[in-house]
Every structure is written in C-alpha cells, then in structure tokens.
Design a protein around this ligand. Structure first.
Ligand SMILES: *Cc1c(COP(=O)(O)O)cnc(C)c1O
Length: 397
C-alpha cells in the first residue's frame, strides 16, 4: 500500500473522503463537533506559519469574526488565542481585570462556575451570583447586585449554558450591566456563530468563543471579539505570559496576523474553510434556522419515545438538550452506559448529563448535522431501546 505522500492529489482526495465519512459516527455533543469533509481535508497538509499567506489567513479570520459579530472594525477588533475555549476565557479574565477591579460572575451551570474558579485561581476580587442549573440568570437580580456593590467594575456570564442547554437572557443582562456602566464579558462559547448576536448593539466589551463550536471548525484555539476602547486599556494588566490577551492582540494587530508562539496551523486552516462554509450556508441566521430544525426534530422524536426534556421550551436553546432518563416499566432502570454504547454502534455519539440533581443525558444539535441526521438518530434510539428492553426481559427470566 502507498503511503499518503506517494499518492497523487486525486488519489489522496479519494482516500481522505473515503476514510472520513459514511462509516464513522456523528458527534452529537457540545464540541468537538461533526465537521464537513472539506474542513477535515484542510488539515491534510503541513502548513507554514510565518509568511504573508499565513498572516493573511489569520487576518481574514479576525476580520470575518468582527462582521459575524455585526460590529464595525473601527469600534471592534478580535484576537485568536491558542488552547481550548477555557484558555480563551482565562486569558480574558486574567488580562482585562485591572489590579483593583472586582468581577461579578453570573453562574447557573458548570461554565459559569468555571469562571468563578478562574477568578479564584488568579486571586481576582470577585463575587458570584449563583442560580440553580435550571434557573436562568435574573436581570433584576443583577440590577440589585450592581446597585448594592458599587465596587464591581466588570460583569461576566455565560450566554448558552452547555451544562443544561439553557439560554440566559442575553439582551436584558447586557442592558442592565450597561445601564450601570460596567465592563461586560460574555462567554458565548456555545452560541456564537449558531445564534445571531449583535455584539455592537449590545455594547459587549469582550465576547469569547472557540474554533470547535458553532463555527464548525476543530479544536485548537479560542477567539475574543473585543471593543477597541476596552482592550486598549488593558496593557500590563495580564496575570499570565502565554495567556496575555493584550500582548497577543497587539502582536497580531501590529504585524497584521502574527501569532505569539507556535500557532495551531492545521486548526486555523480548518476554521478558515469552516467560515467559508458558514457564508455559503447563508450566514449565522441560516445556521440558526438549521440548528432550530435539528432541535425540533430531536425533541419531537424523543418525546414520542418517552424521553422528556429537562428544560421548558422557553428556556431551552437549539444547541444542546438535556433529557431525563426514561421511566421504564416497574423494576427496569435505564442504563446510560449501555444506551451510549448501543447508540455509538448505530453511529451516534451522545453526551452524559452534567446536572447536579437529576439523572440526565445530553444530545447536541450543532455541527455539520442536519434534520435528516436527527430523524436517523430518533430511529436508532427506537432500535436501541427495543434491543435493550428485549435483553432485559431475557436477563430477568
Ligand atoms: C465548550 C464551552 C467552554 C469551553 O470549554 P473547553 O472544554 O475549554 O473548550 C466554555 N464555556 C461554554 C459555555 C462551553 O460550551
């Protein structure tokens, strides 16, 4: 058999598309996600990092992020940061808090709680506005907190809490923070690119997300869309060298696209391809409609099979959905591990639950997946449940 380097281009494309599709499972998870074969093919070459072509690629992504945020380049800028999404969140919290600043963090899930952990680890003065995992963050409560604590300088919260699948009330929370003239940090990790967010109209100072969520790239780096006037003030505030957001931004800005330290070249090429696909799909609005359709097919099908969503529809976003374990016939407990394995054999990878006080699992509806895939998913759930109920009968005889 030939090694990949001995193949001509046509042969190589055939091997790649053969290996990459059909037989493999779909990821119905909150990231990494199922990507298109074009996105994966973008990573099949070794790419250099220092020249004008590569810098132009980085600049293209940075500029496109600003237009996806519906922001004008004179007021907003963007910066890419190596690492998973959490690294990008940590780079923002660690770099944009002034030495005497105080951060209020809204936390109604694992990702809000992670921001609290980051602030505690970096010894940043902070308070947490905590809600249960099934309660949205309250704009009225935020208003009260900001009134009672005039020393709070910055507010941070998660838009789509991937823990539950809930959408926090983004617009109202932003409005309250801005009425009180606080600097605003939004973790839009699981929503940016999949749900329209008008960053400039909401006057958000820092929006954070990563390459492997709704932009449908692969893991490797995060990005921050920042108000220029806000990031410009942050020189010398960073509490970390490698996660210094200002320095990373300043370097990219001054050199038109150079990264500090090794950049994740394959991932950057993959995201550039993925962002072209987002344009071809019709932009964020079209993708949002697809995700909503995926979610609708999922929920209708699952309900018909006896799986109830945890959240009421008015709190639920189209990104990921938590389901209660089904209530079986007397004495038959739902075995998630067995169900997971069965579904994987059928070609679908799902996600365990993360809620503290209920037995749940999650199904993602983002990535290169379509309503037809969700119909096939429902069919597979039916098959797997039938097999497993069948085998339990045998076992209990
Ligand atoms: C995925 C995600 C993150 C980042 O997680 P990583 O595992 O570090 O990539 C942060 N916040 C939210 C809401 C997420 O969905």
């Amino acid at each position: 058999m030939k090694t990949p380097s001995q193949l001509n281009k046509e042969e190589r494309d055939t091997v790649i598309s053969y290996e990459s599709s059909e037989s493999h499972y779909l990821l119905l998870t909150p990231g990494p996600l199922t990507t298109s074969s074009q996105v994966r093919q973008a990573m099949m070459l070794d790419w250099c990092t220092w020249d004008e072509d590569y810098k132009a690629l980085t600049e293209g992504i940075r500029n496109d992020l600003i237009s996806l945020a519906k922001a004008s380049p004179s007021l907003y800028t963007s910066v890419l940061m190596q690492g998973s999404g959490t690294f990008a969140v940590e780079s923002v919290i660690g770099s944009v808090m002034p030495p005497e600043g105080k951060l209020l963090i809204g936390a109604n899930g694992a990702y809000g709680e992670r921001m609290v952990e980051i602030a505690a680890t970096l010894r940043i003065d902070h308070i947490a506005m905590v809600e249960s995992h099934v309660t949205p963050l309250s704009p009225a409560r935020l208003d009260r907190y900001l009134m009672e604590h005039p020393d709070i300088t910055h507010v941070a919260f998660v838009h789509g809490e991937t823990t539950s699948g809930m959408l926090n009330p983004l617009e109202e929370l932003c409005r309250v923070a801005k009425q009180h003239h606080r600097t605003l940090i939004v973790d839009a990790m699981s929503t940016f690119g999949g749900i329209p967010i008008n960053v400039e109209a909401l006057d958000i100072d820092f929006v954070v997300s990563s390459s492997n969520k709704c932009l449908q790239g692969v893991p490797g780096f995060g990005y921050v869309i920042a108000k220029r006037s806000a990031i410009e003030q942050t020189n010398s505030w960073a509490r970390s060298l490698s996660l210094n957001l200002y320095d990373q931004w300043n370097t990219m800005e001054k050199t038109q696209g150079k990264w500090r330290y090794t950049s994740p070249t394959h991932t950057v090429h993959a995201l550039s391809t993925a962002m072209k696909e987002l344009q071809e799909e019709g932009g964020i609005e079209a993708r949002y409609q697809r995700y909503k359709n995926n979610h609708r097919v999922l929920v209708e099908g699952m309900k018909a099979l006896g799986f109830m969503p945890v959240l009421p529809p008015e709190l639920q976003g189209p990104i990921i959905t938590s389901f209660h374990y089904p209530i079986g016939e007397a004495g038959t407990a739902f075995d998630f591990a067995l169900f997971y394995e069965g579904m994987k054999k059928e070609g679908f990878v799902i996600y365990p639950g993360k809620l503290t006080d209920a037995d749940t699992f999650r199904v993602g509806t983002i990535g290169h997946v379509f309503p037809d895939d969700m119909h096939r998913f429902i069919h597979a759930v039916k098959q797997v449940m039938k097999q497993q109920q069948g085998s339990e009968c045998v076992l209990s005889d």
